[in-house]
Write a new protein. Structure first.
Length: 222
């Protein structure tokens, strides 16, 4: 059956899309520089801007509602984790979990690699087993459940191609760094910088992968 072009979705001009992407990159750079400089105020100003800007860029490219929702749930998690309280941490983890569900539905049932599934499963079991004794008792089950959902998302992201698959892996790495901090394991210098760097790269790559896979403007159907 020959391919036909689907009815075009309303999209912003290329100039608007580029401006929104540039704004996201600038906000990301400002946030990372603030973390390196130890400028907490700068981080608190820049961090809440990141996902709304990326979501606006995705929307300008005709992204589906599930991708926008995943990014906005990420924004909710970002804001909640700015508060140093266990209740905020749990609520933020819940917001990120909702975003992972959106991603999983978006990824659908595309083909993935069985060996990769085994690799992710082994990483999940090893990570949870190692972290478990050092996590606060009331966070063990929530962290384990969240880790399962996150790992599933990271694995299924590969169905959209290499960029999205790399984004899923970086998201897993970012949240693993957070979990090791909660478990009071030794951390790299300026751990928040590495957490945000891998997280921002993850969200961008997941967005770019979804758009490239045909969920945005220019999508074709059979």
């Amino acid at each position: 059956m020959t391919a036909r072009t689907a009815a075009p979705r309303p999209t912003a001009t290329g100039a608007v899309s580029r401006a929104l992407l540039a704004a996201f990159v600038l906000a990301a750079a400002a946030d990372l520089i603030a973390l390196l400089a130890g400028a907490e105020t700068g981080h608190r100003i820049a961090k809440p801007l990141l996902m709304p800007l990326l979501a606006a860029y995705a929307a300008s490219r005709g992204a589906p509602k599930l991708l926008i929702a995943a990014l906005l749930f990420g924004w909710g998690g970002d804001v909640l984790l700015l508060f140093d309280a266990e209740a905020a941490f749990l609520a933020g983890m819940g917001s990120f979990a909702a975003g992972h569900v959106c991603y999983l539905v978006l990824f659908g049932r595309g083909r993935t690699s069985p060996p990769l599934a085994g690799l992710y499963a082994a990483a999940l079991v090893a990570t949870v087993a190692l972290l478990w004794p050092d996590l606060p008792a009331d966070l063990r089950v929530p962290v384990a459940g969240y880790s399962l959902l996150l790992t599933a998302m990271a694995y299924r992201a590969s169905a959209l191609g290499v960029p999205a698959g790399l984004g899923g892996a970086l998201f897993l790495l970012s949240d693993t760094l957070i979990a090791t901090g909660v478990a009071d394991w030794p951390q790299p210098p300026v751990p928040d910088f590495w957490i945000m760097l891998t997280y921002l790269a993850a969200q961008y790559l997941l967005t770019a992968g979804a758009l490239r896979a045909g969920y945005g403007e220019g999508r074709t159907t059979d």
